[in-house]
Design a protein around this ligand. Structure first.
Ligand SMILES: Nc1ncnc2c1ncn2[C@@H]1O[C@H](COP(=O)(O)OP(=O)(O)OP(=O)(O)O)[C@@H](O)[C@H]1O
Ligand code: SF4
Ligand SMILES: [Mg+2]
Length: 345
């Protein structure tokens, strides 16, 4: 089970054996801009704002939301490619116990990189076009100083077979431009898994692929998660993809997590007005399951120095006067493991 928590303990979250892998508590990332007369005034874009989430070992949490809501920034924080402005990100290492990612430096940070890897939307982001497949997949081992030449070649071949590039010998010395989009993403997955990580952050890994190869790559990622017991933070703006890939879904809006729940339950019975709007925009083939359209006003704007009130207030069809005066609602338990940040649900 994948869980996500507010800053306080969740009183009635579903009881389940929970072996934590990753826990975020109150994590924020602010980007500063200079503005005003002589650019003296600093303004802050709250890209990720007070986010608390948990991913158990081997679980898959989907992070869903519109473009610009902060998904990639959160992914980069989790992998310590960015430092949080505040909050803690705890990674539970099986050997070393809990480690605070924000404080890692030098050798400890290098050791963390053995455990946590990323699959990007565009495989060219992770594969140097001048590298052969062998170079690309073996590079993390070289960086970590793992194995000799023979061991690396054997491991790379094993990984290529694992991601369905068989026989591996036929691919080892090809260049990315000699591969199809699906094959390139499979190489990126092999590279991400070569060090045996326990956490993979996947940022829209299939959205740039042809529809015809998407399902195959998604199935591969699902099978690998089950076989290898890897935990996923799976970013997508597509709810159908999240449904296939994730045990639980966290919905993000303007830097805030507004709802979290078990995938099927959340899709069947969304609580937060924003989740309802997202779902009502998805076409459903069966007319008896069609939802009434939920109109949201206006457009998504960047949260620059946002007012301390509900982030969704300006667009919310359920907003009342109370929401205007009150602070942004906490993400609270709504029973059965569901969490939502709304005064009206
Ligand atoms: N390095 C940066 N400096 C300043 N602003 C940034 C930086 N990185 C991201 N942002 C801003 O933070 C906000 C969140 O961006 P982010 O890339 O995390 O969104 P996203 O949800 O991944 O969007 P998309 O679905 O388009 O990939 C955006 O307004 C973006 O412009
Ligand atoms: S708190 Fe109010 S404005 Fe915010 S989502 Fe709920 S009803 Fe809408
Ligand atoms: Mg992104």
């Amino acid at each position: 089970m994948v869980d996500a928590a507010p800053q306080q303990a969740i009183p009635d979250a579903k009881e389940a054996p929970f072996s934590p892998l990753l826990e975020l508590v109150g994590v924020s990332k602010l980007f500063a801009f200079s503005g005003g007369f002589l650019r003296r005034r600093k303004t802050f874009l709250h890209a990720v704002d007070d986010v608390s989430l948990k991913i158990p070992r081997g679980g898959s949490l989907g992070l869903v939301g519109e473009s610009g809501c902060g998904k990639t920034t959160l992914a980069r924080l989790v992998l310590r490619l960015l430092e949080p402005s505040s909050g803690t990100i705890t990674f539970h290492d099986l050997d070393k116990g809990p480690v605070d990612i924000a404080t890692l430096k030098g050798r400890q940070l290098k050791a963390f990189r053995l455990q946590a890897q990323m699959v990007f939307q565009d495989p060219y982001q992770s594969i140097n076009p001048r590298f052969t497949v062998y170079d690309a997949v073996a590079e993390p081992m070289a960086v970590q100083g793992i194995g000799n030449v023979v061991e690396r070649r054997d491991r790379v071949s094993e990984m290529l077979e694992l991601v369905g590039m068989s026989p591996a010998a036929g691919f080892l010395f090809r260049y990315p431009h000699q591969l199809s989009g699906g094959q390139r993403q499979r190489v990126a997955i092999a590279r991400a898994l070569v060090l045996g990580p326990s956490l993979v952050v996947a940022d829209e890994p299939t959205s740039m692929l042809d529809v015809s190869v998407r399902a195959g790559v998604m199935k591969l990622m699902n099978d690998l998660r089950r076989e290898l017991g890897i935990g996923y933070l799976y970013i997508t703006h597509d709810l159908a993809t999240a449904r296939y890939m994730c045990d639980r879904i966290a919905v993000m809006y303007m830097g805030k997590i507004v709802e979290v729940g078990d995938t099927e339950e959340l899709l069947r019975d969304p609580k937060h007005p924003y989740t309802k709007a997202l779902l009502s925009a998805v076409p459903v083939p069966d007319p008896s399951h069609r939802r009434p359209p939920v109109e949201i006003k206006g457009t998504l704007t960047a949260p620059v120095d946002p007012l301390d009130r509900c982030r969704f207030y300006d667009r919310c069809p359920m907003a009342i006067d109370f929401c205007k005066a009150a602070p942004h609602p906490e993400l609270e338990s709504k029973g059965d493991g569901r969490l939502a940040a709304c005064y009206r649900v």
